[in-house]
Ligand binder design. Structure first.
Ligand SMILES: NC(=O)CC[C@H](N)C(=O)O
Length: 221
């Protein structure tokens, strides 16, 4: 199974995501944002965390219009898998691949700490935990305050597309939402960083199950 990780100017979690995919058994290629195609046979595209284009305009807004975005959209439209973490989640909302937006944290401060989360909606990313499981993952963002209109929030909740929820909301996110799934459940955007809690040296391995189950599910598909 093959993964691509997109690299933008200012990405800083691209290598972490590459290592997490590789440790789970995926064959990983990093792709520069100026490329216009993805390598052939990519099963999942990772959109990593960081500060793409210095967070100018809005976090993720410039990256969402980078040359690689056409190929990213085509991949998602074909039913391909996409995992966007932190700045990657912001890119996916700005690109219209996920609904809603990430606003400035309610406290107007950058928050960098480990938070509690409850795993919810079923997907290849979350099924390794099982719904209701509580885990802890690091967050590191100033624009993680998830916003969507009430009808969109109702749809996300009604369709079980809230993938992870904060147990103690750190940033003002609507309905404690930390991560959401697309309608076909193949695109996941989440603010917490599973790739930074994916091996014993990180001091927390709660993120490893996401990558391990993803690989198992893709291999079985
Ligand atoms: N770690 C990240 O990806 C940070 C995302 C974004 N730059 C923010 O601060 O909100």
């Amino acid at each position: 199974m093959r993964a691509a990780v997109i690299v933008y100017p200012g990405s800083n979690c691209d290598r972490d995501m590459e290592v997490a995919f590789a440790r789970a058994g995926l064959d990983v290629t990093r792709v520069w944002h100026k490329d216009t195609t993805l390598p052939a046979g990519i099963d999942i595209v990772g959109v990593p965390g960081g500060f793409s284009f210095g967070d100018y305009l809005r976090c993720g807004a410039i990256a969402a219009n980078a040359p690689i975005s056409g190929a990213l959209r085509d991949h998602a439209a074909r039913g391909g898998y996409v995992l966007g973490v932190c700045n990657g989640f912001q890119v996916l909302t700005e690109a219209g691949l996920l609904p809603g937006a990430l606003l400035r944290n309610a406290g107007l401060k950058y928050i960098c700490r480990t938070v509690g989360l409850r795993v919810e909606g079923a997907s290849v990313y979350t099924d390794g935990y099982g719904a209701g499981t509580e885990i802890a993952l690091p967050i590191a963002h100033h624009d993680g305050n998830y916003f969507a209109d009430p009808a969109t929030l109702d749809t996300l909740e009604g369709e079980g597309r809230v993938a992870v929820r904060y147990t103690d909301n750190p940033n003002g996110s609507a309905r404690d939402i930390a991560g959401i799934l697309s309608e076909n459940r193949r695109v996941l955007g989440m603010m917490p960083h599973p790739e930074r809690a994916a091996e014993p040296a990180h001091g927390n391995t709660d993120g490893a199950r996401l990558f391990a189950h993803l690989t198992t599910a893709l291999t079985a598909a």
